[in-house]
Design a protein around this ligand. Sequence first.
Ligand code: NAD
Length: 285
Amino acid sequence: MGIETIGIIGAGTMGSGIAQACAVAGMNAVVQDVDEAALARATKSVSGSLERLVRKGTMTETEQAGALARIRTTTRAEELAAASLIIEAATENEALKVKILRAVDALAAPETIIATNTSSISITKLAAATSRPDRFVGMHFFNPVPVMALVEIIRGLRTSDATVAAVTALSEKLGKTPIGVKNSAGFVVNRILCPMINEAIFALQEGLATAAEIDAGMKLGCNHPIGPLALCDLIGLDVELAVMEVLYGNFNDSKYRPAPLLREMVDAGQLGRKTGRGFYDYAKK
Ligand code: NAD
């Protein structure tokens, strides 16, 4: 199945990045958002990002103009109907996603595949909001989308092989490396990454070593490019806590309990880089 026009719901961080990746790969992207300002920010962010590629010499001005011309923004959900694949990348809220998916299911052609970029909600559950659970799939991109190579392709209970094959081929066309994952909380990457970060927070809380020593240990001892506590500051401590709560809630296994220090820091509003302070102090810089 050839996918030429991709519909994208949500023009935030992820929606704009997905639109850029599609346009650079030669596909048309129709980006829909309820918020005009978000659409304007998305256009600005994509053109700024492409401008930097031109300055670096990795893209010509003609390619830049071509990619920008392939992105259309709209507040009207009906304009998504022309797409052969629609990727939902709206705010992470189950009730909102169900509402959006019901509406898009009603307006999309029967053969259209609908994908969701959710980070934590069950693909099987979201698929049930549509009349096409066989043509519904998770496509979990990573931030920033134009840079990060991975896409987790998540199969819900009723996702068909043809749907998985189509979105796998599309991910490759976008220059990404897809991995197939069964529907399960945290999928693969967050299931492994977030408990590792949580364990680093337990180590800090228990006074095993300082934050800088824990991070140095994982960088030098495991060849990680960044230490787990510095990474948590980058992701946001509130996001780390939310993922651990999803894992704990789904598996009911104490190994996923969030570290008390993580909860305490979130309560204090110490969320990492975005608030100027997490495990490290960024206010000085
Ligand atoms: P964001 O807050 O930057 O953007 C969400 C956008 O959705 C906003 O522009 C908002 O106006 C729009 N929106 C809200 N209701 C809408 C509606 N009814 N119709 C159309 N648009 C609507 O969020 P984000 O970080 O881009 O995340 C989007 C999705 O991607 C979430 O499900 C999130 O879990 C997932 N995700 C995020 C990351 C990340 O690092 N940010 C990584 C992987 C996956």
